[in-house]
Design a protein around this ligand. Structure first.
Ligand SMILES: Nc1ncnc2c1ncn2[C@@H]1O[C@H](COP(=O)(O)OP(=O)(O)OP(=O)(O)O)[C@@H](O)[C@H]1O
Ligand SMILES: [Mg+2]
Length: 334
């Protein structure tokens, strides 16, 4: 498989009055052409900061991408996203990399019709005439499942429902046939039925366009039908990375297991109480010298308090950062 994006050792910090927030601490992953990679983890674990760092969207100050590389393969060669100027990144955003954020309201301009906004993206990044861009914008509105696209082209964002607005944002994200689409919690602001429709839409677009997708969510339940691989983050680090079935069937990190145990089971007849993982996520302002999950982990032993575990491969498409082997029920080395 072809790697389209190779992120290595990404470090992003925020220099706040309350101290330095170590938001992303050495994140590495590969994104393969055509795959959907889900990034999951509790609130504050660094999912958004990871992708915002790649897109050059970290507010600075107080934020700073301090280290790392993000090699993005394009038809014109390979570029390190972290070395590009703001202008170069602006060209890539919306052009070669489309993105959909949680809240469609903040992405759309309230005083422009949705048609004008799609057209604006098209004419900025592609060499299209006004008429070609208009036709393509209407086609895009139809592609993302908006009824009466000709009519809706002339609507303002406030005239559309939340779900329809998110469809418009998706139309803008895919308008220029980007090589990667990044969706950061794109369904969180929507009600459950609309959430399911948007996930269906992504599934359909993914097969129709051969889309490469990064899907961020705090809900492992949403991931099953959509992702090929899953990256679990905790405390600004990757703690587990595996193919989706492998992760569900054989979670190797106690945190991942905790997330899976917390899912409501539709296949189970017994009514179980929803469990959630006890304790709070780590304070990212404190320097870390041990496993970030040790505080909350039922399996932590002395070594977990002495060193930060690195990601190691336990199978061809499975990496985990944990000193304890859940399958053996014993420390990995010892
Ligand atoms: N502008 C900022 N200033 C200071 N700290 C920030 C800023 N943006 C993010 N952070 C901190 O960086 C850490 C990672 O935040 P991030 O937004 O990536 O979390 P997340 O995993 O996306 O969570 P959520 O699921 O709530 O969206 C958090 O501790 C957060 O408080
Ligand atoms: Mg986020």
């Amino acid at each position: 498989m072809d790697t389209i994006l190779q992120v290595r050792d990404l470090v992003t910090k925020f220099y706040t009055l309350d101290g330095v927030v170590h938001a992303v601490n050495g994140v590495s992953f590969d994104l393969q052409q055509g795959e959907t990679l889900a990034i999951v983890g509790e609130s504050g674990c660094g999912k958004s900061v990871t992708v915002l760092s790649l897109l050059g969207l970290i507010p600075s100050p107080p934020g700073r991408v301090e280290q790392g590389s993000a090699l993005f393969r394009t038809p014109f060669g390979q570029q390190d996203l972290l070395k590009l100027s703001r202008e170069e990144l602006r060209e890539i955003r919306g052009g070669q990399i489309g993105f959909v954020f949680q809240d469609p309201i903040s992405t759309l301009n309230p005083i422009l019709t949705v048609g004008e906004q799609i057209k604006e993206t098209l004419t900025r990044h592609l060499n299209l005439s006004q008429e070609e861009a208009r036709e393509r914008a209407i086609r895009l509105l139809a592609d993302v499942g908006i009824p009466d696209p000709e009519l809706r082209y002339k609507s303002y964002p406030f005239q559309l429902s939340g779900g329809m607005r998110q469809r418009v944002v998706i139309a803008i994200a895919i308008a220029c046939n980007p090589q990667i689409v990044i969706a950061d919690e794109p369904t969180t602001a929507l009600d459950v039925t609309v959430q399911a429709q948007i996930i269906d839409l992504f599934q359909r677009l993914r097969s129709a366009m051969g889309m490469t997708l990064i899907w961020i969510t705090h809900d492992l339940g949403v991931v099953a039908g959509l992702a090929d691989r899953v990256m679990v983050m905790y405390g600004g680090r990757v703690v587990e990375l595996a193919a989706v079935e492998e992760l569900y069937q054989n979670p190797q990190h106690p945190y991942t297991r905790g997330l899976l145990d917390a899912l409501p089971r539709l296949d189970s007849r017994e009514t179980r109480r929803l469990v959630s993982i006890q304790g709070a996520p780590p304070d990212l302002r404190l320097p870390l010298r041990h496993c970030p999950f040790a505080w909350r982990c039922n399996y932590a032993y002395d070594h977990c308090w002495q060193e930060i575990p690195e990601l190691v491969a336990t199978a061809p498409d499975h990496q985990v950062a944990c000193f304890y082997d859940l399958n053996k029920g014993a420390p990995r080395h010892g």
